[in-house]
Design a protein around this ligand. Structure first.
Ligand SMILES: Cc1cc2nc3c(=O)[nH]c(=O)nc-3n(C[C@H](O)[C@H](O)[C@H](O)COP(=O)(O)OP(=O)(O)OC[C@H]3O[C@@H](n4cnc5c(N)ncnc54)[C@H](O)[C@@H]3O)c2cc1C
Length: 480
C-alpha cells in the first residue's frame, strides 16, 4: 500500500534566470499635458478586488463611508478565485482554537450556505480523528489541513475550500449589498499626489484615462502598485527558493477516474513509482490535490510553482506564463497516456491569473519581522491574531501572532493604507502570513479604519486604536 500524504505538493524552485530586453532603447518621449476627467469624488477608494480589497470595501461601506472598489479584471476575488488558489487555511491554531473570524468567516458561511465551501466540522479541529485526517492525507492536502501536535500525532486544522465561480458571484453581492460601488475592467495606474498626501487615483479602461478623488485610498493590489508613485519606502527582498519567491500556475483536470487511479496505486505501487518518474523525466508534473468540493468528483488540482524574485516584471511574467502553460498541457498529455485513470480526463480550467506570492511591501509605521512571530506579544493596536502553524516545534511554543494596525500605514505618506500582501513586513514574516485569510483581516481593519478617519475628520494615522478595535470586535473579528 502506498501511504497517502507522502506525495509532493510543493517543489519550491530557485528563481528563473532569463535574458530580458528591459528598456531596450535610449529614447524617451514627452507626453502631452492634458485634462483628465474626475469621474468620482468619494470618501474611500479601494484599489484591487482580491481578498484584501473586498474586505476593505465591504467594511468601509458598512461603516458608513462612500466607497468605490476598482478592479482590473471582470471578477472579484484576486488569487482566491482568478488564481485558483481557493484554499483558506490556518483559521484555527494547532490546538483547534479559531483565531480568524469576522469578514473571512462571513465569506465562508455565505458560500457554505450555497454548497460552495467545505471544511472539517468544528468538533474535529485540533483533534486526530483518523478518518478525517486520512481524508486530507489522501487528498494530498496535508500542507493545508494537517499538523503534528505535541505528542507527535496528526491533528486537523480549520481550513476551508471555496468554489471560485460561486465565490465571484457572492463577492459581487457582498460588495454591492454593503453599498459600495464597483468598477471592474479598470486598471489603476498611479496615485494622484499633493505633496506627500494621496488624493485619489488615475485609472485607464475602455472609457479612457480618468481620475477619482477620495479622502482615503487603500492599496489592495497585492503587489502595492500605487506605492512607487507615492515615494513611500518599500522593499521586495526575498530569499531565493522560499515560498514567497515563487510564481504559481494552477490548473484543474476533470473527468479523472480516481477509483481506477487508486486501484493502480495500491495494487502496483512499484509500477506507479515508475510511471511517475517517467512522466517527470518527460517534462510533466504528475502530483496533484483532489478537488474537495462535493460537486468536484473526478477533478484534480495541479499547482506548479516557478521561482522568481521579480514578480512585478512583465517580461518575467510573460516568460513564466508561456513556459508553464506549455508544461501544463504536456503534463496532461502524459498523464492521459501513461497514468491509469486519466485516459478520459481533460483540462477543465487554467487559472486566469498568474499566481503571485511576493512583490513590493511597505516599510511602514510598524515593520513586522521574524521576532514578532516568536514573541506572541499583543499590541495596543492589534487588529488581527494569526495562527502560527507552519514552523513545527516553534509553532507549538508560539501558536499566535499579533498584527498591529500600524503595519498597514506607510511611514511618510498620508491618506493611504495598504491592506494586502504588500503590508509592512520583512520576508520572513511574509513567508507565513500573507495568505487569503490574513489579507481579509488587513482589509477589514483598513476599511473600518478609513471610515472612522473620514467620520472623525482625522488622518488614517490618527485613528483611535480603541475605537477601531471596538468596531472590529462588533464585526466578529477575534482579537483576544
Ligand atoms: C501558487 C499559489 C498558491 C497559493 N495558495 C494559497 C492558498 O492555498 N491559500 C491561501 O490563503 N493563499 C494562497 N496563496 C497566497 C494568496 O493567494 C495571496 O497571498 C492572496 O490572494 C493575497 O491577497 P491580496 O488581496 O493581497 O492580493 P490578490 O489576491 O493578488 O488580489 C489583488 C487584486 O488586485 C487587482 N489588481 C492588481 N493590480 C491592480 C491595478 N493596478 N489596478 C486594478 N486592480 C489591480 C488584481 O486583479 C486582484 O484582483 C497562494 C499564492 C500562490 C501564488
Amino acid at each position: 500500500m502506498v501511504e497517502y500524504g507522502s506525495e509532493v505538493y510543493h517543489d519550491y524552485s530557485m528563481p528563473v534566470q532569463i535574458e530580458k530586453k528591459g528598456i531596450a532603447t535610449a529614447k524617451t518621449i514627452s507626453e502631452a499635458e492634458r485634462e483628465v476627467k474626475v469621474i468620482r469624488e468619494t470618501d474611500v477608494i479601494v484599489v484591487g478586488g482580491g481578498p484584501g480589497g473586498i474586505a476593505a470595501a465591504v467594511s468601509a461601506a458598512r461603516s458608513g463611508a462612500g466607497t468605490i472598489l476598482i478592479e482590473r479584471y471582470g471578477h472579484l476575488g484576486g488569487m482566491s478565485t482568478g488564481g485558483l488558489v481557493n484554499i483558506i487555511p490556518n483559521l484555527s491554531d494547532i490546538y483547534g482554537e479559531q483565531l480568524i473570524g469576522g469578514f473571512c468567516q462571513e465569506v465562508i458561511d455565505r458560500l457554505a450556505a450555497r454548497g460552495a465551501a467545505c471544511f472539517p466540522e468544528k468538533r474535529f479541529w485540533g483533534k486526530s480523528e483518523k478518518e478525517v485526517v486520512d481524508t486530507y492525507l489522501k487528498a494530498n492536502m496535508m500542507h493545508f489541513y494537517i499538523r503534528k501536535n505535541k505528542e507527535g500525532k496528526y491533528v486537523v486544522l480549520y481550513t476551508a475550500v471555496i468554489d471560485p465561480e460561486v465565490a465571484k458571484d457572492e463577492m459581487n453581492t457582498l460588495v454591492l449589498e454593503a453599498g459600495a460601488e464597483l468598477l471592474l475592467h479598470t486598471w489603476v495606474t498611479e496615485p494622484i499626489m499633493e505633496g506627500n498626501t494621496v488624493k485619489g487615483v488615475i485609472v485607464e479602461n475602455k472609457s479612457g484615462r480618468q481620475a477619482l478623488l477620495g479622502k482615503v485610498v487603500i492599496d489592495c493590489t497585492g503587489d502595492g502598485d500605487l506605492l512607487p508613485g507615492t515615494g513611500t519606502e518599500t522593499t521586495d527582498y526575498m530569499v531565493p527558493g522560499s515560498r514567497i519567491a515563487q510564481f504559481g500556475f494552477v490548473y484543474w483536470l476533470a473527468n479523472v477516474d480516481l477509483k481506477k487511479y487508486d486501484d493502480f496505486v495500491n495494487s502496483e505501487p512499484e509500477k506507479y513509482e515508475e510511471v511517475t518518474l517517467e512522466i517527470i523525466d518527460m517534462g510533466g508534473w504528475p502530483y496533484f490535490c483532489r478537488g474537495l468540493l462535493k460537486q468536484q468528483e473526478g477533478v484534480v488540482w495541479i499547482h506548479r510553482l516557478i521561482g522568481s524574485l521579480h514578480q512585478t516584471d512583465a517580461e518575467e511574467m510573460t516568460y513564466v506564463d508561456v513556459k508553464t502553460r506549455n508544461q501544463s498541457v504536456r503534463t496532461w498529455e502524459l498523464l492521459r497516456k501513461y497514468m491509469p485513470g486519466f485516459e478520459k480526463s481533460f483540462i477543465m480550467l487554467t487559472a486566469p491569473q498568474l499566481g503571485t506570492s511576493g512583490g513590493r511591501r511597505i516599510v511602514g509605521e510598524y515593520f513586522l519581522t521574524a521576532k514578532d512571530i516568536d514573541t506572541d506579544r499583543p499590541f495596543d493596536d492589534t487588529i488581527a491574531i494569526f495562527a502560527d502553524n507552519d514552523r513545527g516545534e516553534m509553532s507549538l511554543r508560539y501558536p499566535r501572532t499579533y498584527i498591529p494596525y500600524r503595519s498597514l500605514i506607510p511611514k511618510e505618506t498620508e491618506g493611504l493604507l495598504v491592506a494586502c500582501r504588500a503590508f509592512s513586513a520583512d520576508h520572513e514574516f511574509s513567508e507565513f502570513f500573507n495568505l487569503i485569510p490574513h489579507c481579509m483581516c488587513f482589509g477589514q481593519a483598513a476599511g473600518t479604519a478609513a471610515a472612522l478617519a473620514v467620520k472623525e475628520g482625522t488622518g488614517v494615522r490618527s485613528v483611535d486604536f480603541a475605537a477601531l478595535r471596538s468596531e472590529l470586535l462588533k464585526q466578529g473579528a477575534i482579537l483576544l
